[in-house]
Design a binder for this molecule. Structure first.
Ligand code: BEZ
Length: 386
């Protein structure tokens, strides 16, 4: 073969490869989020955040355009396996992004592990997802339940409180967050004297508030989110407890809820991995873009959706959109440094964000950052044998 014909053949081959790359079909994204129920607004914010990042990239990740398939999971664990299989088996998606509720997410993680489908969890904190149930194809852009519980426990102990009561819904998010709180609070010299539970998504708080008033602990720690958090904070104030027993919580108690909570939430102190007024160019740009796109202010859920898209984008860029290169795809996500509006973070070996937990105080309609409760807090990833 002459040099000229060899070059022509090479150019042809390169051209064919480029054409093949250009012709890759859209990447199928399965969004499994709540569109109804107490967590509906959280699901909506996650989807908006995810789509915002994709739009900022010109509608493509790793050179691939995206096609969305959606399922409303209703935050109902009993329907979770059927729902996730609609995406995996019926729609044959390449990636699943979901969900909000820990119980639903645990079923999704089992299905993802069995089928080998890439799963990115943009909220649900169930510890097992990046603990005993961890897997090479499962990643989280949010937090483990242990993390915000632990960071709030650190702060409650530092404030000198000695006797705490906890109150939450009786499912993984509630019980695991409370466990994280107790771990740090008791390490810091406090004692949890009573845990109060009610079934998810029940909001009949009255009897439990009466018990708090009778016991008069130094502090109450609460995990509630979405519509339930709105009702709890209002009921706590209406019962007159704000004047007698300080209320603390993981930041979900006041995130995305402040318009509805109004006066009842003013001054509440929480910890979380995001705060509305983080004054960084990254957060300011994110908040501006979100406000322009959706005529609304973002919250922590929008940030987590945005960062789920960033994580997927980092993986796809490394393999030029080729989902068949699974090992390289997962390795790239695992070692990515995500330039998040919350502040840059990396993933633990079990694929959970190692991140700062901010101390926040409610002022008007904002969770204002007043300090850092715990810097670069890793999840312990207990039980993960990946
Ligand atoms: C959860 O179920 O893991 C969860 C739901 C809402 C906010 C935070 C955590």
């Amino acid at each position: 073969m002459t040099l000229r014909s060899a070059l022509t053949a090479a150019a042809l081959a390169a051209g064919l490869a480029t054409a093949a790359h250009a012709q890759q079909p859209p990447l199928k994204i399965g969004l499994m989020l709540p569109a109804t129920g107490t967590y509906a607004a959280l699901g909506d914010a996650i989807e908006k955040g995810f789509r915002l990042y994709v739009d900022e990239q010109g509608g493509k990740l790793g050179g691939r355009s995206l096609q969305y398939f959606k399922v409303d999971d209703e935050s109902d664990p009993s329907k979770a396996t059927d729902n996730v299989n609609k995406l995996i088996k019926r729609d044959q998606v390449d990636v699943i992004v979901g969900t909000v509720h820990s119980g639903v997410a645990l079923a999704m993680a089992r299905a993802a592990k069995q089928s080998g489908t890439l799963l990115i969890v943009p909220n649900a904190g169930a510890d097992a997802i990046t603990g005993a149930g961890c897997a090479p194809n499962i990643f989280r852009s949010s937090f483990s339940n242990w993390q915000p519980g632990y960071s709030t426990g650190v702060v409650a102990a530092q404030k000198g409180y000695k006797r705490a009561m906890t109150i939450t819904w009786n499912y993984a998010a509630g019980t695991e967050t409370v466990k994280g709180f107790a771990e740090a609070f008791e390490k810091g010299g406090g004692k949890v004297v009573k845990d109060l539970l009610l079934p998810f998504p029940n909001v009949e708080f009255q009897a439990l508030l009466t018990e708090i008033a009778a016991q008069k602990p130094d502090v109450v720690f609460a995990f509630f989110a979405g519509g339930g958090a709105v009702k709890f904070v209002k009921d706590y104030a209406a019962a007159g407890l704000r004047k007698t027993v300080p209320l603390m919580g993981s930041g979900f108690l006041t995130d995305g809820t402040l318009q509805a909570q109004g006066e009842a939430a003013q001054g509440l102190i929480t910890t979380l991995h995001y705060g509305d007024d983080l004054n960084t160019p990254r957060n300011n740009a994110f908040r501006n873009h979100y406000a322009v796109a959706y005529k609304a202010n973002p919250d922590v859920y929008a940030v987590q959706g945005y960062d789920a898209a960033q994580m997927l984008g980092a993986g796809l860029a490394a393999v030029k959109g080729d989902m068949n290169r699974r090992d390289a795809l997962y390795a790239a996500i695992a070692k990515a440094r995500i330039d998040s509006p919350r502040g840059a973070f990396t993933l633990s070996p079990q694929h959970n964000p190692t991140q700062d937990f901010y101390l926040r105080e409610v002022k008007g309609e904002y969770n204002v950052v007043t300090g850092v409760a715990v810097k670069a807090l890793p999840d312990p990833g207990r039980g993960c044998t990946m």
